[in-house]
Design a protein around this ligand. Structure first.
Ligand code: A3P
Length: 280
């Protein structure tokens, strides 16, 4: 049980990320045309990956995350001849420096941390790669302490937000995708300099709805080496509810006050904090 997680540079990882791989990330060879798909777990990573896969009409590969597997992964990623879209849950500070030096395009997707916490609670319960949690109350405390896989939501978000003014990084919000997916897809296509017509965008959005994606996944075979999130290869664990505001069904009024206090304190210098304040 306790062995399911190990800590590297202060951040908990699952055993699906080997310490040797994590240690060698600094040597990772980035390519100028790599695109990184960055998120804290449960922020809409698979949804965004689904959109990106449909946006390109040239050969691209959505690889498994850089931090997934053992040391042989780096070699595998090196050998890939097509353009690479590389998912990762890494904190900015742990990102291989070559991605920064080469100014690779990066898309960071985030989601209201209250909904992220609820989504992660269910993921902890369903995903055999994560430790057992007995109750929502217990998980709530772990989440606020940052004592969960990938560490503190606040630290993760803030480490990336510091680089908000760099124009090779695009910040997206799950709630915006729920509200107006065509607009977000348009923004992504502009950021990636892809020529996509309005009718293509409509088509992509239709195929990226929660139900379409959930159905597609149920038809797919489970390929253990293909994974978008380093925490599972089983996509069936991903499509749970896909809603905004589910936290209201879990947070007690007291928990909400406590969360909000910590949020206000940690995010007091954040320029993007307002993106997470809605229907509170
Ligand atoms: P819930 O657990 O709240 O349902 P990730 O891919 O980063 O692990 O994030 C998973 C979350 O994104 C899950 O949230 C999942 O349901 C939601 N999600 C996945 N595909 C979606 C889609 N097409 N539309 C809306 N939400 C989606």
């Amino acid at each position: 049980e306790a062995e399911l997680l190990h800590t590297f540079k202060g951040i908990p990882f699952t055993t699906r990320s080997s310490p040797e791989l994590l240690k060698s990330l600094d040597t990772f060879d980035a390519r100028e045309d790599d695109v990184l798909l960055v998120s804290y777990p449960k922020s809409g990573t698979h949804w965004l990956a689904g959109v990106l896969a449909k946006l390109y009409n040239t050969q691209v590969t959505i690889t498994s995350p850089i931090e997934f597997g053992d040391i042989s992964r780096l070699e595998e990623l090196n050998k890939l001849s097509s353009k690479r879209i590389i998912p990762t849950h890494l904190d900015y500070n742990m990102l291989p420096p070559n991605f920064k030096k080469k100014k690779c395009k990066m898309i960071y997707i985030s989601r209201n941390p209250k909904d992220t916490a609820v989504s992660m609670f269910h993921y902890y319960r369903d995903n055999p790669n994560l430790p057992t949690v007995d109750t929502w109350t217990a998980f709530f405390d772990l989440f606020l302490k940052g004592n969960v896989v990938c560490g503190s939501w606040f630290d993760h978000f803030l480490s990336w937000e510091k680089h908000e003014d760099e124009n090779n990084i695009l910040f997206l919000f799950y709630e915006d995708m729920k509200k107006d997916l065509p607009k977000v897809v348009k923004d992504i296509s502009l950021f990636l300099s892809l020529n996509v017509s309005d009718s293509d965008i409509q088509d992509i959005c239709r195929k990226s709805s929660f139900l379409e994606m959930k159905n597609d996944t149920e038809k797919e075979n489970n390929d253990p080496s293909h994974t978008v999130c380093a925490l599972t290869s089983n996509k069936k664990l991903i499509f749970r509810k896909g809603a905004v505001g589910d936290w209201k069904n879990y947070f007690t009024p007291k928990q909400n006050i406590r969360f909000q206090e910590i949020f206000n304190e940690k995010m007091k210098l954040s320029k993007m904090a307002d993106n997470f304040i809605y229907e509170c």
